[in-house]
Design a protein around this ligand. Structure first.
Ligand code: GLU
Length: 492
């Protein structure tokens, strides 16, 4: 039987990095097994609906290039659904669930419940007093089906609950955790069909996984407590249960579960800061999975080839932003120059370096600077920190030791020599600038720090910075000469 997996998020308006990792492991496993990966939208909780959540979700996966084979896609701004098992959006499948709810009622695995909200609140309050967490007290559990039907026909508001066995030990195999034992006594009689006619997650997930031919459920560990309910539902419906893998939580560096309040968790944040998607994916893959071998930088294809659940950790993986930054920097260094320049441009527009309309005309300039500074970038938004050096025709020197150096006796002679060399130069690319320096050195006898650091300070105001020849070349002859003159006048 060929592998079919699904990632089944309830859209919340942003994509948590943990969700992206779950989607990624689904993707990697499916591809590794030559199987299919479906995206299914679990939107049956109408109280939690968020506008544009689906667009955001698809957009994030598109950005990360972790695309599903089946499910909803955006095409020319429109939502389409692809695959033989659709619709892949649960709110469009409401008619699908009803017959199975009926089946469970008829077979005695589920029952009508007419308890009012007030009664349920009372039960909850009493439970709380006694320190019991579990919810429903089984008040309607033994109501005969025929009586239930009559009350429904009479128009009474109801839900349908599953009848959990009272005390049954369930043992199942989890691909990450090994053998897991749980007792049905820890689960109450879950609502399957709500008063609004919508199925709950538990009902819908079982029906959909079955009808969509899902062979493996790969999901976060927060769903582990739901597993007994789902096992019982599969049994009651007479269906074979898919295999299960529960992925451990992602932890922060303090070993606490990543939280929206304290940590950066939204994929959109990483997107906006200019992380390269392939770096984030590579990093996330290793949060909880350690493939054989030392190499950490891997392409998606390499990860796909190596992926297996044997090496997915039972304990939570750590989301260490410093490591992510290191990895992203590795990817930035290797990234294609044009692509990097394109990625840099929006940040420069936002910082006011140029307007969006004129951006095209700055492309080569941006590209050269980005190439020059890329090894210092942890993410692309940082690019703006490196641009002030390349604008303006005057230089401000504020640092004490730089001021001390620029005031040395030889500097004025050096600046004169540089200006005359630069002025008459025909070529001004970095190697040409380098030979001009050699000539200045020969003619003036100024060398080493006195030559290079003093020039750097005169041209950029700083003692240290990116490659000097390339920086001078990028600035261009005119600007460099103006800067040298301004420094000579002000400081020498
Ligand atoms: N809709 C659930 C979620 O929001 C899916 C859980 C599962 O994969 O079974 O994560």
């Amino acid at each position: 039987m060929s592998v079919r997996v699904r990632f089944a998020p309830s859209p919340t308006g942003y994509v948590h990095v943990g969700s992206l990792r779950t989607a990624l492991y689904n993707y990697l496993y499916a591809k590794n097994q030559n199987g299919k990966y479906a995206l299914r939208i679990e939107d049956t909780d109408r109280t939690r609906l968020v506008e544009d959540a689906l667009d955001n979700l698809i957009n994030a996966f598109d950005w990360a290039d972790i695309m599903h084979d089946e499910g909803p896609f955006m095409k020319d701004g429109k939502l389409i659904q692809v695959g033989d098992y659709g619709p892949y959006i649960q709110s469009e499948r409401l008619d699908t669930y009803r017959p199975y709810v009926e089946q469970l009622l008829e077979s005695g695995h589920a029952y009508y419940c007419f308890c009012s909200k007030e009664r349920l609140d009372e039960v909850r309050a009493k439970n709380k007093e006694k320190g019991i967490i579990s919810g429903y007290d089984g008040h309607c559990r033994d109501l005969p089906l025929e009586e239930g039907k009559k009350r429904v026909a009479a128009g009474e508001s109801y839900v349908v609950r599953m009848k959990m066995p009272e005390n049954r030990e369930l043992i199942f195999k989890d691909l990450v955790r090994g053998e897991v034992k749980m007792n049905t006594a820890d689960s109450d009689d879950q609502v399957l069909l709500k008063a609004d006619g919508f199925p709950t997650y538990h009902m819908a997930v079982v029906v959909d996984d079955h009808l969509m031919g899902i062979t493996h459920m790969i999901r976060g560990e927060e769903w582990l407590p739901s597993t007994p309910k789902q096992i019982i539902l599969y049994e009651a419906l007479g269906w074979e249960m898919p295999q299960i893998a529960h992925l451990s939580n992602i932890l922060n560096t303090e070993k606490k579960k990543l939280s929206k309040r304290h940590d950066s968790v939204a994929v959109e944040d990483f997107m906006n800061k200019g992380y390269l998607p392939e770096a984030l994916i590579n990093f996330l893959a290793l949060v909880g999975w350690s493939p054989e071998g030392e190499e950490e930088i891997m392409t998606l294809e390499e990860m796909t080839e190596k992926f297996s659940f044997d090496r997915v950790s039972k304990s939570g993986g750590v989301f260490d932003v410093q490591k992510l930054n290191w990895m992203n920097n590795q990817y930035i260094r290797k990234c294609d120059a044009d692509r990097l320049a394109k990625l840099a441009i929006p940040y420069l527009i936002e910082a006011g370096y140029f307007d969006a309309e004129g951006a095209e005309g700055h492309f080569e300039w941006v590209k050269r600077i980005v190439q020059l500074v890329k090894e210092h970038l942890e993410y692309m938004a940082q690019v703006v920190d490196h641009f002030p050096l390349f604008v303006g025709e005057t230089v401000e020197i504020t640092d004490d030791s730089a001021l001390e150096m620029i005031k040395l006796d030889h500097v004025s002679t050096l600046i004169d020599a540089l200006i005359s060399k630069f002025d008459s130069a025909e070529a001004f690319d970095a190697p040409s600038v380098k030979s001009l320096f050699k000539e200045v050195q020969k003619e003036t006898g100024i060398k080493g720090k006195n030559l290079f650091m003093c020039t750097r300070i005169a041209v950029t105001g700083q003692e240290h910075g990116p490659d000097l020849m390339e920086s001078i070349s990028i600035l261009g002859k005119g600007t460099v000469i103006k800067r040298l003159k301004s420094v000579q006048k002000k400081y020498c």
